[in-house]
Ligand binder design. Structure first.
Ligand code: HEM
Length: 408
């Protein structure tokens, strides 16, 4: 009998791993009637899926085509037009054009230069937390950190960070497909209009006073030879803001929760906070064990066969990053959090192949800076509720709140 897996079931949202393990074991190419999509869950299959030209990243245009005459058609068409400039939703050759310019702007040197600034932001966020105080780690730390860092990276004034967060959350209702909000298209398209206007002004100003920021790199890369149109440039800034926001929030919150639930690993981490190699590996294991990526959806462009089943052109196929990360053929004892795991960095939380996350060095840097500071400043993080509220996104995994009592 076919394996039953309902991604929307409350138990699955809280803990998708047992169901995914069953799929990985018994039905590695699975047709899911709830999502109306094929699922791949084994590590090698997921990596192959990321590389396979028959699987297209362009899942926005067909969605817009199908919905443009529906009740939310106008909003969906507007959102689709802008988001279709995002590298992550494009196939070659356009993907290479959009990504190449972002890569030029997003150099290791630029990211590394943010290390001190990130530490300052982290210290600033926790400065007022008193011994024994109740905090919401998600709202007070994990959520503001990435938006503030991306503002630093793009050179956006810090006083605009609240707007950036608000717009990015609203856009998430469309891009990360919230299952519940009936008004999501209007909310997302209003936010995108405001963002477009904001970034158009901001980019104009940077053009007049260029400096060393990622945005300046994007502007000059787009002005030389392989040009980006003004729409592509604005869209690429919005993509960077958006892609680096909710994901990194979830890395921090899911990561801290995993440490709290594994006191032996928390103690080992605390004993090694000054060892950069240990810290870097610990972050990789947190990304593997319960990272922010649930699935990476693809559209089947040409019939795709695997394990005796055929996904037909036009159908959807989901590459389950988080299931691949717990494949026992690659990770020994995969359900165990082991910060010393030797191959932790083989996870596919940042994807694989041509769309591999451009922001991975920045997300890693944020976590490598933030976790040691948090563990040095606080001797204990006490969970105030055993049950967490997990978000209803199809593609990303994270909580909406994480109430804790902190002890200095
Ligand atoms: C822990 C944090 C993060 C996670 C888990 C993550 C995850 C991912 C994944 C899975 C993809 C590939 C999507 C696909 O193949 O469909 C991706 C792509 C991307 N990410 Fe990230 N990301 C993170 C942080 C960031 C940050 C901080 C930025 C930028 C500031 C960023 C920018 C991007 C961009 C621009 C792409 C598109 C690349 C392309 O299509 O070529 N991400 N990310």
């Amino acid at each position: 009998m076919a394996v039953q897996f309902d991604p929307n079931a409350p138990d699955t949202i809280v803990d998708p791993y047992p169901g995914l393990a069953q799929l990985r074991h018994e039905e590695p190419m699975h047709w899911n009637p709830v999502s109306r999509a094929w699922y791949l869950t084994r590590y090698e299959d997921v990596r192959q899926g990321f590389r396979d030209k028959r699987l297209s990243a362009d899942r926005i245009r067909p969605f817009v085509e199908a919905q443009k005459n529906g009740p939310d058609g106008e909003e969906i068409a507007f959102l689709g037009e802008h988001i279709s400039h995002w590298a992550v939703f494009n196939d070659p050759p356009r993907h290479g054009h959009l990504r190449g310019l972002m890569n030029k702007a997003f150099t290791t040197r630029r990211v590394e230069s943010l290390r001190g600034g990130v530490a300052e932001i982290v210290e600033g966020l926790i400065a007022d937390w008193k011994d024994g105080e109740e905090i919401d780690f998600h709202q007070q730390f994990a959520y503001p950190l990435p938006a503030t860092v991306i503002a630093l990276l793009l050179g956006v004034p810090q006083e605009d960070v609240d707007n950036l967060k608000r717009w990015s959350d609203a856009l998430a209702q469309f891009v990360l497909t919230s299952k519940t909000n009936p008004d999501k298209y209007r909310i997302a398209s209003d936010a995108l209009k405001e963002m477009n206007a904001y970034f158009a002004d901001f980019l104009e100003q940077r053009r007049r006073e260029p400096g060393e920021l990622v945005t300046d790199g994007l502007i000059s890369a787009s002005d030389e030879g392989d040009r980006l149109t003004p729409e592509e440039l604005t869209s690429s800034c919005i993509l960077l803001l958006f892609a680096g926001h909710e994901t990194t929030t979830q890395l921090m919150a899911n990561g801290l929760l995993a440490l709290i639930r594994h006191p032996d690993q928390m103690a080992d981490f605390r004993a090694n906070l000054d060892d950069p190699k240990y810290v870097a590996n610990a972050v990789e294991e947190l990304l593997r064990f319960d990272g922010p990526s649930l699935t990476s959806p693809r559209l089947v462009a040409e019939d795709f066969e695997m394990h005796g089943q055929t996904a037909k052109a036009g159908q959807r196929l989901w590459l389950w990053n988080c299931a691949a990360n717990r494949d026992p053929d690659v990770f020994e004892d995969p359900e165990r959090l082991n910060l010393r795991r030797e191959n932790a960095d083989r996870h596919v939380t940042f994807g694989f192949g041509i769309h591999f996350c451009i922001g991975a060095p920045l997300a890693r840097l944020e976590a490598q800076v933030a976790f040691p500071i948090l563990l040095k400043r606080f001797s204990d993080f006490e969970l105030l509720r055993e049950t967490q509220v997990w978000s209803d996104s199809y593609v990303s995994r994270g909580m909406t709140t994480l109430p804790l009592r902190v002890h200095r």
